[in-house]
Design a protein around this ligand. Structure first.
Ligand SMILES: NC(=O)c1ccc[n+]([C@@H]2O[C@H](COP(=O)([O-])OP(=O)(O)OC[C@H]3O[C@@H](n4cnc5c(N)ncnc54)[C@H](O)[C@@H]3O)[C@@H](O)[C@H]2O)c1
Length: 422
């Protein structure tokens, strides 16, 4: 059956987009080349980090279907590409899935279709990489079909800011392309923000993502420095964030997780002649942020060892309980969570690990299952050290500080003075 919209890639970005469009009465078909993903979705089971089960069930009841059959792509007015762009081994974004999605679409592309890329990419990618792939059958972007970029701005678990009430930035190859994309998103988002063009819209993603990484890195650097000075960082942040202008509080943590990796175009391949590549300017702030944030898991393990040492114990042989192994509080998603590296380092140093997480029924580190603590209180009382990595809402930290033999809180969630904090 023809649909208004095809979403290509039914993960954390694509499925919420499909849901928001379907809820606005738009006929949506979901395409994912992995048949297992499509089957699971059609059976009402949500992929991690995407939607609430009830939302998916509602979509399915309204006629939404997922499929691994690319034939559906030939019958839609709008196609949005939400394929994954993970970091490759060379630390550059791997655009393979975007290319595969584009080829699947190009083979069936019809005139007047609006094609939007939402995957995180470097500026220049839509024009220099995606456009030639889409034009392979002779249709031209800006003349025969519309081509635009719109950065995904999802914040999973955020109840105040959802896709529909978060302003949507769009930038097209031509102004007609921008308007076509704006008209599409305007059907289910409250506010559209038009960028000057493709590059500007892509650069919005770069700016926003790196803003987060750089500011978290600064908070992490301050955490390490203030600890050495004997200054209570969390108290400093509490005071600083009362400044009504010019300061936005970011908090340190055991490492930066989640799917939104820092974007450093210096690692990008030169798609086009001209300006898609950074012209000889390394993004020092971004590089430093990655370096500083990347050191945090190791720092947390050092602090754990030091804390045990202060109490006459060594990490080797110590029972260590990890609390919260997901990348974000109150979510089940483990993508990029620093808990893995911390767990691996602790095991390598001889600690006996167990974990507790209400969202994670099974957890593996170094390819081995880590025992799961059923009773939080008992496990905390039993462990030589409890390491709070994620502050899930269900954790009663006041109680934990009483029960735990030693507690290292990497989230600043415990009351001042009640536990060791980052
Ligand atoms: N998750 C976020 O919060 C977020 C925020 C901003 C931007 N992004 C970006 O959005 C893009 C998608 O990320 P995600 O988090 O949704 O990924 P994801 O891993 O959650 O899901 C990606 C989905 O795409 C499917 N896929 C793989 N190859 C495909 C192809 N050739 N065609 C169509 N689908 C394909 C996979 O099977 C998977 O179901 C990435 O570029 C990411 O950086 C994500």
């Amino acid at each position: 059956m023809p649909a208004d919209l095809a979403v290509l890639g039914l993960g954390r970005t694509g499925l919420p987009l499909a849901q928001a469009a379907a809820a606005a009465g738009i006929g949506v078909v979901g395409y994912d080349p992995d048949p297992a993903v499509a089957d699971e979705i059609n059976a009402g089971r949500v992929p991690p980090g995407t939607l609430a089960t009830a939302d998916l069930r509602r979509m399915l009841a309204c006629g939404f279907r997922a499929t691994a059959d690319a034939a559906v792509l030939g019958r839609v007015r709008t196609a949005v590409i939400c394929a994954p762009t993970p970091l490759g081994e060379d630390r550059a974004l791997d655009l393979t899935a975007v290319a595969t999605a584009a080829r699947a679409l190009a083979a069936r592309l019809r005139p007047h279709t609006t094609v939007v890329l939402e995957s995180a990419v470097y500026p220049g990618t839509t024009e220099g990489f995606l456009r030639p792939l889409l034009e392979a059958r002779g249709l031209l972007a800006g003349r025969d079909f519309h081509l635009a970029y719109s950065p995904s701005r999802l914040d999973p678990g955020n109840r105040d800011h959802r896709l529909t009430n978060t302003p949507k930035v769009v930038g097209g190859r031509t102004s007609a392309c921008t308007e076509a994309a704006a008209a599409f998103y305007g059907r289910f988002t409250e506010r559209i923000v038009r960028a000057r063009g493709l590059r500007e819209a892509e650069a919005v993603k770069l700016l926003e993502t790196n803003y987060r990484h750089v500011n978290i890195a600064f908070a992490n650097e301050m955490a390490v420095y203030f600890h050495d000075l004997g200054v209570d960082l969390w108290d400093v942040i509490r005071c600083a964030e009362t400044k009504p202008f010019g300061f936005q509080a970011f908090r340190p943590g055991p490492g930066v997780g989640g799917p939104a990796v820092a974007l450093d175009p210096n690692a990008a391949p030169p798609f086009t002649t001209g300006r898609s590549r950074t012209p000889g300017h390394p993004l020092r702030m971004v590089e430093l942020a990655q370096e500083v944030n990347g050191r945090m898991p190791r720092y947390v393990v050092q602090r754990a060892a030091a804390l045990l040492n202060e109490h006459g114990k060594s990490l080797r042989g110590a029972r260590v309980l990890l609390l919260g192994v997901t990348y974000k509080a109150d979510l089940a998603d483990q993508e990029g969570a620093p808990a893995h590296e911390i767990g691996a380092r602790l095991i390598e140093l001889g600690a006996q690990l167990c974990y507790h997480d209400p969202f994670v029924p099974q957890w593996r580190v170094l390819d081995r299952p880590v025992p799961r603590a059923d009773s939080l209180w008992e496990a905390a009382a039993d462990a030589d050290l409890t390491l709070l990595l994620q502050h899930h809402r269900t954790y009663d930290l006041q109680g934990l500080t009483v029960k735990a033999q030693l507690l290292l809180d990497t989230r600043g969630a415990t009351p001042a003075g009640a536990a060791a904090r980052l």
